[in-house]
Design a protein around this ligand. Structure first.
Ligand SMILES: [Fe+2]
Ligand SMILES: [Fe+2]
Length: 288
């Protein structure tokens, strides 16, 4: 199965003799600011689009806003349940990253889409565009991660890592990023959006590396029960995805085509391909 540049980078972290240290040092070396990105060309390009294309691009960013906002909020339970200092230190870094990503999306709304009113107004607009597929996926992620509020044992922690870092960020997030990157170029000149995306993806590669490194550590230590736990979550995710795909309305399907340039089945196939790449980095062959 062909990987991509991001998969190569994830595997480099994982192959490091001290992956947790390598991930933290990468974070220290790769700080950036959403305030330094110039969106002026993007604003002109956006204004020149027809209404349908504008709405599709705004929907892509509604997805982005919900993704960044939800994963930012869901890091708190992880921090409280971190099994040791190395993991705690690593988990402190995406807390800053994900809030920076929210700020980056808010700048796009303000400077490219012309939305005033800050996060309240952006959240109101994004919530109004929330579709049933995204809502179901967030509900599922929320359910697994919030188990940490009841029990902070290492298996509950691992389940949360698999759902958050490998399925949400590692599979859905990576698939979304591959479609969005080619979308900007198709509709116009968006150098600011591309740059903001490049920087966020660089962070996401590191976040996925955190999840893969932690899961590999558990696999090395505990073997078969950990393999079974991962398999169970992966099977559940496949069932959820197939079910959502089977129940996507024709209207929603055409919205996906307009926004991402692909049918839901093609998007889901890329999610599954990304998941296989993550499982390969874990040293596991996937299911289904
Ligand atoms: Fe993010
Ligand atoms: Fe992330």
């Amino acid at each position: 199965m062909p990987g991509d540049q991001e998969t190569i980078e994830i595997d480099e972290f994982v192959a490091d003799p001290r992956p947790f240290r390598a991930l933290y040092e990468h974070w220290e070396r790769h700080q950036w600011s959403p305030f330094e990105i110039d969106f002026s060309v993007d604003a002109d390009s956006f204004a020149a689009l027809d209404r349908t294309t504008r709405m599709a691009l705004v929907w892509v960013f509604a997805h982005r806003f919900h993704a960044e906002f939800n994963v930012a909020v869901l890091l708190a339970p992880f921090l409280l349940a971190a099994p040791d200092y190395d993991v705690q230190l690593l988990l402190a870094t995406p807390v800053a990253d994900e809030h920076r990503h929210i700020e980056s999306v808010l700048r796009v709304y303000a400077e490219v889409f012309g939305v005033e009113g800050g996060i309240e107004e952006v959240k109101r607009l994004a919530d109004a565009q929330l579709d049933p597929v995204a809502a179901s996926l967030y509900e599922a992620l929320d359910g697994v991660v919030r188990e940490l509020e009841q029990s902070r044992d290492e298996d509950t922690f691992l389940r949360a890592v698999v759902a958050y870092h490998l399925l949400a960020e590692g599979s859905i997030g990576r698939a979304n990023q591959t479609f969005v990157a080619s979308r900007f170029d198709r509709v116009g000149s968006f150098p600011g959006l591309r740059e903001a995306q490049r920087l966020a993806v660089r962070d996401e590669v590191r976040h996925i590396g955190i999840g893969v490194s932690y899961a590999r550590r558990r696999l090395a230590r505990d073997g078969q029960p950990v393999r079974a736990l991962i398999r169970e979550l992966v099977d559940g995710f496949h069932a959820l995805g197939q079910n959502l795909l089977a129940n996507t309305s024709p209207e929603l399907a055409s919205d996906f085509v307009e926004a991402y340039g692909a049918e839901p089945a093609t998007l889901w196939a890329e999610v599954r391909r990304q998941l296989q790449l993550r499982l390969r980095s874990l040293g596991l062959t996937g299911t289904g």
